[in-house]
Design a protein around this ligand. Structure first.
Ligand code: ADP
Ligand code: MG
Length: 689
C-alpha cells in the first residue's frame, strides 16, 4: 500500500460513512494506516460443533441443537430476558439472552441452530448465556478459520471493523522494510507486509505466530535503537544542578522508627552520587511492592530542597498523589523538617487553589510539588526545578522529558517502578537508565496466604469475603474485562458486580472500577474505598498501580490464568499492607496443565523477582495474546517474556549496527532513519518513546 493510500481517511473507504467514521475515531482510527494497525485483540477459532454431552464447562463451545418447548420472556428491573431449552439426542442446554428482544422472531420451537458461547453448569444443567447463533451453512464457511476479534466501542460491530480492514488491504501495495535484509534472513522473519496482513487474517496458528514474531521484532528493534540513540544524547548532559547530601536527611534517618534496609540505603547512596556527580541523573529504582521506595524518593526530594532547589513527584493518579502528599506532610511535621515545603497540585483542586499553588511554585514559596503527571508537566512554571520523581511508572518517556525540559534545564530524573524484571531484560529495556534494585522487604511483615482454585470454589470464596468484611476488612475482586462480549469465557466487571451483589448479603457494599471510567469518577470510587464506604471493589487491573488501603485483606482474581505472573504479583501487592493477615485467591478457569503450573508459582512465592524469573522461564509458546503483561512495559505485540529471544536479538542487532554506523547514515538505513524520526507512525507504537 502506498503512503498516499495509507494516509487517506477511513471514511473514503467504500461503505464507511460519517457515522461509522466517528465510531472508528473513538477507537483512535482516523486513516487507513490506523486501520491496518488496529490489531485484533484475539481470534475466534471455529471448531466443528460438538454434541450436547461433549460440552465442557468453562470453555467456548459450538453445539448444534434444536429448540425444545416454549420461548420464555420475562423482565427483571430494566433487563428483558429470553430463555429456552435446546437439545439433541445426548442432552439439553439452557440458553439465556439479555436485552435482545429482536431475537424473538428467529427463535422457534423445533428449529435447529448452531449455538456458540461459554458453557456453564448450574446444578446438573449446562447453560450458555448470550450464545451466538448461526445457520448450519453459515457456520460451515467459518469452520477451521481464525477470525479476528477487534477491540470495539458501542455500536461498532466486529463485522464492520473486519470488512473495513479487508477493504484497506485491497488497495494494498508493499511496505518498505526498515529492518536490514540480513537480519530478516538470519532470523527467518516473515515480510513486513505479510506479517501485518496475517495478524488480521491468519490462515492458521502457525502463520499467526510467525506474523506476531515479525511484528514483535519490529517493535523491539525500533525500541532498542531509540533507547541507544537517546542514551548517547544523555551522556552529554552535564549536571547543572549539583546537589549534595545534607545533614537534615541524615538526622531524619536517625529519628525514623525503623532502619532503612540495606537495599534502600544503597539506592539512596546511588542517588546522592548521581546528583552530586558530573552528569544529570537518570535512575530507575526497581523495588517490589512494599519494599519502601517512597521514603527513598522523599529523601531525594528533601535533599534537593535543602540544597535550595525545587523537586516534584508525579503520580499516575490523583489518589496516589494525595496519598504521597499526606504522607510527606506527616513526616515533615513529625520529624520537624524545615527545608522542605510541599504543595499538592492535582485536577481535583478548585481553580482558586490551583492558581494559588501555581503562584507559590513560580515564586519559589514551595519546593516539593506533589501531583499528577499532566499538571506538573503542562501548566506550571517553576522557579528552579532540579529533580523529578515519577512513581509507579516504568519509564519516563522521552516525550515527558521533553515537556519538562522547558521547566528546568536537564532536570535529574528518578523513576520508581514496582515491576521486578529479570536483570537480563532490565539491562535491555532500561538501557538508558541506571538501575538501583531494592530487593529486600522491610522486616516484620505477615506473608500473604495464597490459594489457586477452580470455579467450584467461587461460592466458598464469596463466603470468605463475606466473613472478612464482617470482621471489618475489605476486599478486591479483579476481572480481566470491562464489559460483556469482549471475550468469551472471561469475566467482566460490569456483569460481575451484579452477580456479586446478589451473592453477598445486601449490607455489604459492592462497587465497580475500570479504566474506561472518567478519571474523576475513578478517583472518587478509589477514595470511597479508602474511606471504607465501599466493602468490595470489583475492578479491572486499573488498581494495579495504585492505592494503599491497608484495611483490604482479600484479593480475588478471576480468570487468573489470563494474567502474566508479574502482573498477578502486582495485583496481590494491593493486600498485605496492614497488620492483619491477608489472602489472595487466584481463580483458575482454565483446564490446561500449563496454566495450573504457572499459577502454582504464585502459590509458592511472594518474591516478585523470583516470580519474574519464573515468568521468563515458563512462558511457553502458543499463548499469543492470551496473557497480558504488566502495566507500562506493554509493547503492542511483543511480550518481553515470551519473546525474550527476539528482544535479546534486537538488542544485539541494534548495538552492532550502531557500532558500525553510529548515525545510520548509510543508504541502506534510509527507511529506518525515516521510521525512527516519525513520531506518529503506528508501527512504532510503544507507549514510552
Ligand atoms: P512501595 O515500595 O511499594 O512504594 P512504600 O514506600 O509505600 O512501598 O512502603 C510501604 C510501607 O513500608 C510504608 O508504610 C513505609 O512506611 C514502610 N517502610 C518503608 N521502609 C521501611 C523499613 N526500612 N522498615 C520498616 N518499614 C518500612
Ligand atoms: Mg509506592
Amino acid at each position: 500500500m502506498g503512503e498516499r493510500e495509507l494516509a487517506e481517511s477511513v471514511v473514503n473507504l467504500k461503505g464507511i460513512g460519517e457515522k461509522t467514521g466517528k465510531l472508528f475515531n473513538k477507537c483512535g482510527v482516523y486513516t487507513c494506516r490506523d486501520l491496518i494497525y488496529y490489531f485484533p485483540r484475539t481470534y475466534d477459532k471455529f471448531e466443528p460443533p460438538v454434541r450436547a454431552c461433549d460440552l465442557k464447562e468453562g470453555e467456548v463451545c459450538s453445539v448444534s441443537l434444536t429448540i425444545i418447548g416454549n420461548i420464555m420472556r420475562r423482565k427483571v428491573r430494566n433487563l428483558s430476558i429470553i430463555s429456552f431449552e435446546a437439545g439433541d439426542q445426548t442432552g439439553k442446554v439452557k440458553m439465556t439472552y439479555f436485552n435482545a428482544p429482536y431475537l424473538i422472531n428467529s427463535l422457534k420451537s423445533g428449529t435447529t441452530h448452531i449455538f456458540r458461547g461459554v458453557v456453564r453448569k448450574k446444578g446438573n444443567f449446562f447453560t450458555i448465556d448470550q450464545p451466538k447463533m448461526y445457520k448450519a451453512e453459515e457456520y460451515a464457511t467459518l469452520c477451521g478459520k481464525l477470525m479476528p476479534r477487534y477491540p470495539l466501542v458501542k455500536s461498532l460491530s466486529n463485522n464492520t471493523v473486519t470488512k473495513a480492514v479487508q477493504k484497506a488491504f485491497n488497495s494494498a501495495g508493499k511496505f518498505e522494510e526498515f529492518v536490514p535484509e540480513d537480519i530478516i534472513k538470519r532470523l527467518g522473519l516473515m515480510s513486513f507486509f505479510d506479517a501485518i496482513y496475517n495478524i488480521h487474517f491468519p490462515k492458521d496458528d502457525a502463520t499467526l505466530e510467525q506474523a506476531r514474531r515479525r511484528l514483535a521484532y519490529n517493535e523491539f528493534f525500533l525500541f532498542v535503537l531509540k533507547l541507544r540513540l537517546l542514551k548517547k544524547l544523555q551522556e552529554e548532559n552535564r549536571n547543572t544542578f549539583p546537589i549534595i547530601e545534607v545533614a537534615e536527611a541524615k538526622r531524619f534517618l536517625e529519628k525514623l522508627p525503623y532502619r532503612l534496609t540495606n537495599a534502600q540505603l544503597n539506592a539512596y547512596n546511588d542517588i546522592i552520587s548521581d546528583i552530586s556527580g558530573p552528569y544529570v541523573m537518570n535512575r530507575l529504582i526497581q523495588g517490589d511492592v512494599g519494599s519502601g521506595k517512597t521514603v527513598v524518593a522523599f529523601l531525594a526530594l528533601l535533599t534537593a530542597a535543602a540544597n535550595g532547589y525545587q523537586g516534584a513527584i508525579m503520580a499516575p493518579t490523583e489518589v496516589l498523589a494525595a496519598q504521597h502528599f499526606e504522607g510527606f506532610k506527616e513526616l515533615i511535621d513529625k520529624y520537624g523538617l524545615t527545608s522542605i515545603k510541599p504543595v499538592l497540585l492535582t485536577g481535583a483542586l478548585s481553580a482558586r487553589d490551583k492558581r494559588e499553588a501555581q503562584r507559590m511554585i513560580k515564586e519559589g514559596e514551595v519546593n516539593c510539588i506533589v501531583g499528577t503527571n499532566a499538571l506538573i508537566q503542562e501548566k506550571v512554571e517553576y522557579k528552579n526545578l532540579a529533580l523529578v520523581v515519577t512513581d509507579e511508572q516504568h519509564r519516563f518517556g522521552v516525550r515527558q522529558r521533553k515537556a519538562l525540559a522547558g521547566k528546568g534545564e536537564n532536570v535529574h530524573v528518578l523513576a520508581m517502578s514496582a515491576t521486578p524484571i529479570p536483570r537480563t531484560l532490565a539491562i535491555i529495556l532500561y538501557g538508558d537508565l541506571h538501575i538501583s534494585v531494592i530487593d529486600e522487604l522491610p522486616g516484620g511483615r505477615i506473608p500473604i496466604k495464597n490459594c489457586v482454585v477452580g470455579t467450584d470454589y467461587r461460592n466458598t470464596a464469596y463466603k470468605f469475603i463475606c466473613d472478612q468484611v464482617k470482621a471489618g476488612h475489605q476486599a478486591y475482586v479483579i476481572c480481566p474485562m470491562v464489559e460483556e462480549g469482549e471475550l468469551d469465557g472471561v469475566e467482566n466487571v460490569t456483569d460481575y458486580t451484579d452477580k456479586l451483589k446478589s451473592a453477598l448479603p445486601p449490607e455489604i457494599s459492592v462497587a465497580t472500577l475500570h479504566g474506561k471510567m472518567k478519571p474523576a469518577m475513578k478517583d472518587e470510587i478509589m477514595e470511597a474505598f479508602a474511606r471504607k464506604d465501599i466493602d468490595v471493589l470489583v475492578s479491572t487491573t486499573v488498581i494495579e498501580v495504585g492505592i494503599n488501603v491497608p484495611n483490604a485483606t482479600v484479593m480475588m482474581i478471576e480468570n487468573a490464568e489470563r494474567f502474566g505472573l508479574s502482573q498477578l504479583h502486582q495485583l496481590r501487592g494491593r493486600v498485605g499492607r496492614g497488620d492483619a493477615q491477608s489472602y489472595c485467591i487466584f481463580l483458575n478457569t482454565s483446564k490446561s496443565d500449563d496454566a495450573k503450573k504457572r499459577l502454582d508459582i504464585m502459590n509458592r512465592s511472594n518474591d516478585g523477582f523470583k516470580i519474574a524469573e519464573e515468568d521468563l522461564r515458563q512462558r511457553g509458546p502458543g499463548e499469543l495474546f492470551g496473557i497480558r503483561q504488566s502495566g507500562e512495559l506493554n509493547f503492542r505485540i511483543g511480550d518481553i517474556y515470551h519473546d525474550s529471544d527476539l528482544l535479546k536479538s534486537a538488542s544485539m542487532d541494534a548495538d552492532r549496527i550502531l557500532s558500525e554506523d553510529p548515525n545510520l547514515s548509510d543508504t541502506q538505513y534510509s527507511v529506518l532513519r525515516g521510521v525512527l524520526s516519525t513520531k506518529s507512525a503506528n508501527s512504532v507504537d510503544f507507549n514510552c518513546l
